[in-house]
Design a protein around this ligand. Structure first.
Ligand SMILES: NC(=O)c1ccc[n+]([C@@H]2O[C@H](COP(=O)([O-])OP(=O)(O)OC[C@H]3O[C@@H](n4cnc5c(N)ncnc54)[C@H](O)[C@@H]3O)[C@@H](O)[C@H]2O)c1
Length: 438
């Protein structure tokens, strides 16, 4: 039920969870030194004074620290969930109670509530929006065209969102500028690779208690997330198979020493399947039919469309929900010859309803890596705030500037006490002149 505290409306699971959430936000803050430096500067400079913002992001302890930084900079910000299963209810409550921020997010919310929460964020009347999956931008274009005029720009956090936005740009459907935060090196090289790599395995282990060593792990997709996942699964002793549709990525995986094959082959071998493609129908009926008894399937890509769950339901004679938290058992009847050895048919375990397993069954990416993603996000918002309504940006998808990336990388290195070399005058001349090079 939506409620109100002070000036803020909110809809969270239980406001009494707030004190626990505050501890988790503070714990994450310890590992977000770059964002802390930015927050301290924002507190003094107030770059967002009087600006209304709406953010649709995974409501985690790390996101809470981003929102705190924006509020410290003077933003009047409302937060809603970018996925029905990724909300940390204690964090949502803490943001309302301890940080005076309107939050609309409940873990496990149904579709209707999810869209009601998006609506609440848009009813705030933002001039800057932030998305993880382009839901706010998409809703504004579909149902809130009146807002288009006042939007200075939006920011997009994930690969799937950027793909949606570039498709809108291509079709001339995008009506305001968007910054592709995901495409910054300080974001996808670290968050998608090391963040998703580690937290996906974390989610799988928390949900199943599976021993990764000795298992055959099939990674569908060898993009930034898939690379991180394959690397970490191998590091834990798994034999890793990669499936791809892109020849160059497949070649990279093969030269990295992974087995590469079509899913029709991999489906027969895998013990654990993880989709991270951003694509639809990656695991389908024909794959479920040939999987081994006890196979575990899950997804870490943005939308819950990578595993064809309706097809899995259709081929199953029995579904037992919640055999453990975030684990559903699907039983597929075997042909009669195989049946003799299989007690009750073949079992396939689906994790987290096919939604982002790292956010649903674990806590999402560690704070240290979100420090970089959200610092890039906060600085991109500041860059936009300087432009305000007099923005010279036309509708389209824009990159994060090199200066922002440089600042984030250098501050992160300093926080890790890692020093690097500087070009000597001779090296500068050598590298910048075409007359050198002999
Ligand atoms: N779980 C998380 O916290 C998290 C974090 C970042 C990104 N994401 C999401 O993960 C997904 C992947 O992101 P990314 O940055 O790795 O993208 P990417 O574009 O770098 O990689 C995706 C890869 O999947 C491959 N692919 C596409 N269709 C395929 C198919 N049918 N079979 C096999 N491979 C296929 C592509 O060729 C590409 O190499 C996106 O949906 C993104 O939004 C999730």
């Amino acid at each position: 039920m939506a409620a109100k505290t002070g000036n803020n409306n909110y809809d969270v699971k239980d406001i009494k969870l707030a004190d626990g959430g505050k501890k988790r936000i503070e714990w994450a803050d310890n590992d977000m030194p770059v964002l802390r430096v930015i927050r301290e500067r924002f507190t003094k400079e107030k770059p967002f004074k009087g600006m209304k913002m709406s953010a649709c992001l995974h409501v985690t302890a790390e996101t809470a620290n981003l929102v705190r930084a924006l509020k410290a900079g003077g933003a009047d910000i409302v937060l809603c969930a970018s996925n029905p299963l990724s909300t940390q209810d204690d964090v949502a409550a803490a943001l309302v109670k301890h940080y005076d921020i309107s939050v609309f997010a409940i873990k496990g919310e149904d579709n209707k509530t999810y869209y009601k929460h998006l609506k609440a964020a848009l009813d705030h009347g933002p001039v800057i929006t932030m998305d993880d999956g382009a839901d706010l931008v998409s809703e504004i274009h579909k149902s809130y065209p009146k807002l288009i005029k006042q939007i200075v720009a939006s920011m997009e956090e994930t690969t799937t969102g950027v793909i949606r936005l570039r498709a809108m740009e291509r079709d001339k459907a995008l009506k305001f500028p968007v910054i592709a935060v995901n495409d910054a090196d300080t974001k996808h090289l670290f968050d998608n690779r090391y963040g998703t790599g580690q937290s996906t395995i974390d989610g799988i282990i928390r949900a199943t208690d599976l021993l990764i060593a000795g298992k055959t792990v099939v990674t569908a997709g060898y993009g930034w997330c898939g690379k991180g996942l394959a690397m970490r699964a191998r590091g834990m002793g798994a034999s890793v198979i990669v499936t791809e549709i892109d020849a160059i990525k497949a070649l990279e995986a093969a030269m990295e020493g992974f087995r590469v094959m079509p899913m029709s082959e991999a489906a027969k071998e895998g013990d654990l399947f993880v989709t991270v493609t951003g694509d639809i129908g990656v695991l389908r009926r024909e794959h479920f039919k040939v999987m081994k008894d006890g196979a575990v399937v899950c997804n870490s890509g943005h939308f819950d469309v990578e595993i064809d769950i309706p097809a899995l339901k259709k081929v199953s004679s029995k579904v037992q929900k919640g055999v453990r938290a975030f684990v559903d058992e699907y039983v597929i009847e075997q042909p009669s010859s195989a049946k003799a050895s299989a007690r009750q048919g073949k079992r396939i375990y689906l994790l987290a309803d096919g939604r982002l397993v790292n956010l649903a069954a674990a806590e999402g990416h560690p704070a240290s890596v979100m420090d970089m993603s959200f610092s890039t996000q906060a600085l991109a918002a500041e860059w936009l705030s300087h432009r305000g309504k007099a923005s010279t940006l036309t509708a389209g998808v824009y990159e994060v500037s090199d200066e922002i990336e440089e600042m984030v990388a250098r501050t992160k290195l300093a926080s890790m006490r890692v020093a690097i070399d500087t070009l000597t005058p001779q090296q500068q001349k050598y590298l910048s002149s075409w007359q050198e090079g002999t």
